[in-house]
Write a protein that binds this ligand. Structure first.
Ligand SMILES: O=C(O)c1ccccc1NCC(=O)[C@H](O)[C@H](O)COP(=O)(O)O
Length: 219
């Protein structure tokens, strides 16, 4: 944790970036298994790194996986499974993901158009919920901030879940984001990169400093 806030760095593609994240106190290391992402790593690439990765929780990030794909991911040694999906996928599909990995290890990231909230019927299927920026043509890594008011509403309404604030977070806005949402779990990605999939240690350090200062000021 950094100043009591859980942090996930997403889109890691190298050991050195994972080690930097670890050294900064990041809790969760996210690896993107979605082939269309510029941060895509194959399961073979992940397997080659696995034994030398820091002792932090590993998160498989994917988009609407088939049952077979999810089973393959579970065999690769991830702790959590972050699934991005269109908000109107059939409930049976979400139930099948939950059955395969278990609600405790499932983080759902619904792609919510502005006027939609997380469907209440889906809540029992996952302990973790990642609210990211809505994009018509994509699922994540937009670099644009999300709807912080919507995040705050969900976090207040369902405190028994983990709510992860995601979308466009950076050293420049993490303070404002924490003041606006009181998030206790944040996800950072392109805001600490020098290029897609390449993390920038100086940006990550500044992110941690700004996060610490914001938490201190909120006390
Ligand atoms: O990062 C991607 O390229 C991506 C692509 C497709 C699905 C998910 C993806 N990332 C998942 C994450 O958890 C990101 O951290 C999240 O979308 C926020 O990204 P950013 O706006 O760059 O901070």
């Amino acid at each position: 944790m950094i100043a009591g806030v859980r942090v996930k760095v997403c889109g890691l593609t190298s050991l050195v970036d994972a080690e930097d994240a670890d050294a900064c106190g990041v809790d969760y290391l996210g690896f993107n298994l979605y082939p269309k992402s510029p941060r895509f790593v194959t399961l073979a690439q992940y397997a080659a790194m696995r034994a030398r990765l820091p002792d932090r929780r590993k998160v498989a990030v994917c988009v609407e996986p088939s049952a077979a794909e999810l089973v393959t991911m579970t065999a690769a040694g991830f702790d959590y499974f972050q699934i991005h999906f269109r908000h109107d996928v059939p409930v049976e599909t979400v139930a099948a993901w939950a059955k395969l990995v278990g609600p405790e290890r499932l983080w759902l990231a619904p792609k919510l158009p502005p006027q939609f909230d997380v469907p209440a019927a889906l809540l029992p299927f996952a302990k973790g919920w990642l609210l990211d920026t809505f994009q018509v043509d994509g699922f994540g890594g937009s670099g644009r901030t999300s709807d912080w008011a919507k995040f705050g509403r969900h976090q207040a309404a369902y405190p028994e879940k983990f709510w992860m604030l995601s979308g466009g977070l950076s050293p420049e806005n993490i303070g404002a984001a924490l003041r606006a949402t009181q998030a206790s779990f944040v996800d950072v990605n392109s805001g600490i990169e020098s290029a897609p999939g390449v993390k920038d240690l100086e940006k990550l350090k500044r992110f941690a400093v700004q996060l610490r200062e914001a938490v201190q000021a909120l006390k």
